[in-house]
Design a protein around this ligand. Structure first.
Ligand code: PEP
Length: 251
């Protein structure tokens, strides 16, 4: 059985003090949770402080990005090993904002994925179509290309730790959520692609998260879908009470 994962992506929000106050409020709220994984991906400069604040609790910490080299003269970049040594267990890769504003391609997603695995981080590979692509009937083609390019060179043995996040770009930060049926349709199809790539056993272990304006009011119906294994939550993960409500989904 796939253990659900509820992941918060803080993007470029909060001061160090605000991050600390969040942890003080949030950690006691969720200390009893064992049947689902909880992850916060803060700005990278807060990873160490938050990892310390969440130590001994069910809350895990992740990065929002990772560089593809292990070390070297790459000013401004941060490797998987460095993130791991600061307390990160996961990293997002290929978030649509990185694809849109920072020239991320399927090829660089793949390089980051291989580096994350090498460095002992669990990667969350983000895929999803724009509104224009959906309206042109290209959703499956776009996601198929992103998956095959992003996951190139991965074998069945490493595949089952990889997490996929399906995030329709038109639903991120817009307040528009895909209906549970729309999300399930793409998630089921993603699992079919993963089955073709890695075989049924690995694909049935791989978690596929939904992301895009997830809120307390929408999470239960999303999590009731058979191929939705969790959520990647942006805005609603910034507030301890609303993030707690999401991770206490029923379904
Ligand atoms: C995200 O950042 O991945 C995201 C889904 O954001 P939001 O929940 O704010 O739409």
């Amino acid at each position: 059985m796939r253990k659900p994962l509820i992941a918060g992506n803080w993007k470029m929000f909060k001061s160090l003090d605000e991050a600390g106050s969040f942890a003080e409020d949030f950690v006691p709220r969720v200390s009893d949770v064992t049947d689902r994984d909880i992850l916060i991906c803060p700005p990278v400069v807060y990873i160490q402080a938050l990892a310390q604040a969440c130590e001994g609790s069910p809350v895990m910490i992740g990065a929002q990005n990772v560089f593809w080299e292990d070390q070297g003269a790459y000013t401004g970049e941060i490797s998987a090993g460095m993130l791991k040594s600061c307390g990160a267990d996961y990293t997002l890769i290929g978030h649509s904002e990185r694809r849109q504003y920072f020239g991320e391609t399927d090829e660089t997603v793949n390089k980051r994925l291989l580096a994350a695995l090498r460095g002992g981080l669990i990667p969350i590979v983000c895929v999803g179509e724009t509104l224009e692509e959906r309206e042109a009937g290209k959703t499956f083609d776009v996601v198929d290309t992103q998956l095959r390019g992003g996951l190139a060179g991965i074998g069945a043995a490493e595949a089952d730790t990889i997490v996929i996040a399906y995030e329709p770009v038109w639903a991120i930060g817009t307040g528009k959520t895909a209906t549970p049926q729309m999300a399930q349709e793409v998630h089921a199809w993603i699992r079919t692609v993963l089955t073709g790539l890695f075989g049924a056993a690995a694909a049935s272990e791989m978690r596929i998260l939904y992301g895009g304006s997830v809120k307390g009011e929408t999470i239960d119906a999303l999590m009731a879908q058979s191929d939705i294994d969790g959520a990647l939550v942006g805005g609603a993960s910034l507030d301890a009470a609303s993030f707690e409500r999401i991770l206490r989904f029923k379904g």
